[in-house]
Design a protein around this ligand. Structure first.
Ligand code: DGY
Length: 328
């Protein structure tokens, strides 16, 4: 049987590559950096499937990929998929839900703790040899346990954060989501809130929504003004869900106490980004899902999604907007 031709344009584990090799005739981009566009377009000419994490799958790319049937992401986010263009050509797009929520939720808790307890700032303080007195009030932080958490976006990751906050940190958890999550309310004791009330009443506001046309800059000047001056803002979704200039202004004007950021409007973040100068901001380089174990699971999931979709089996990993009638 002739194996379908596939391009692996993003880094994946050896096991995932071997899995793809069992079912497909594959070519792998080996460069240290993201594949250059002209190379990508040239290599896609004869490919039916591709692992294309973070690479825009849009009209331009598709016009260079006449045989493409499946684009598989090694990520849960799929804002790189131009749904309209893919739909028009009947391209299937897959992502990796179900394997990374605990890892991302752990990072979100870490960002909450690091901002409120000033962990990064105080680490530098100790290492600089500035620790002189036992009990210096200037080093005090704020509690996480027992406070109010507002989660914007109650998907799988939102629920994993809620579970930790509720049962591990005794927090009151409110959430805002397009649709109410009655099951989560029952099992996790989380309370649905309208958007404005959540912003006004939360000690920690966590943003964990997918990036879409509707969520682009969903948090900006108006939303920061509604938050408590004592609130911490955490973003582990995508940088473009937040108006970064408004965030910088809110932090500089002390409309917010601090922020924990895994994502930025431009990534890698530019060295002159004012967020990097603010002591009350904790930054990490988009590592929400980045543990060895989880990345391996994600790569294998993406490989299986790719092969299954090429074989005509459309699983739950096909992104909902591109699921065809009759598929699961
Ligand atoms: C995802 O899976 O979308 C994460 O942002 C990757 O870290």
């Amino acid at each position: 049987m002739i194996k379908p031709k596939v391009l692996i344009a993003s880094r994946i584990s050896k096991e995932a590559e071997a899995y793809i090799g069992t079912y497909c005739d594959y070519e792998r981009w080996e460069g240290p950096r993201q594949i250059p566009q002209e190379v990508l377009f040239e290599k896609l000419q004869d490919k039916e499937g591709a692992i294309l994490t973070g690479i825009p799958v849009n009209e331009e790319l598709l016009s260079h990929a006449p045989k493409l049937r499946v684009a598989s992401n090694v990520s849960v986010g799929y804002n790189n998929f131009d749904i309209k263009a893919m739909k028009a050509r009947g391209i299937i797009g897959t992502n990796t839900p179900g394997v990374l929520e605990n890892t991302v939720a752990d990072l979100v808790m870490g960002l909450m703790l690091a901002t409120a307890r000033r962990i990064s700032e105080l680490d530098h303080y100790v290492k600089a040899g500035r620790w002189k007195r036992e009990d210096n009030k200037n080093l005090f932080g704020l509690d996480v346990y027992g406070t109010t958490l507002g989660i914007i976006g109650m998907g799988r990751i939102g629920e994993a954060i809620a579970k930790r906050a509720k049962f591990g940190f005794d927090m009151e958890v409110r959430y805002y989501n397009r649709t109410r999550k009655y099951e989560a309310e029952k099992h996790l004791g989380v309370v649905y809130s309208d958007f404005e009330t959540l912003l006004k009443t939360s000690d920690f506001v966590v943003l964990i929504v997918p990036l879409t046309e509707d969520t682009y800059h969903m948090i900006g000047t108006k939303e920061f003004a509604l938050m408590k001056e004592s609130a911490f803002f955490i973003n582990a979704s995508r940088g473009q869900t937040v108006d970064e200039e408004a965030l910088i202004r809110a932090l500089e004007n002390k409309e917010l106490l601090g922020a924990g950021l895994d994502v930025f409007e431009t990534e890698p973040v530019q060295p002159d980004n004012p967020l990097l100068r603010l002591p009350n901001v904790i930054t990490v380089p988009h590592i929400g899902s980045s543990t060895e174990k989880t990345r391996r699971c994600m790569a294998m999931t993406a490989a299986k999604n790719l092969v299954a979709a090429l074989q005509g089996d459309i699983t739950d990993s096909c992104v909902p907007e591109l699921r065809r009638k009759g598929s699961r």
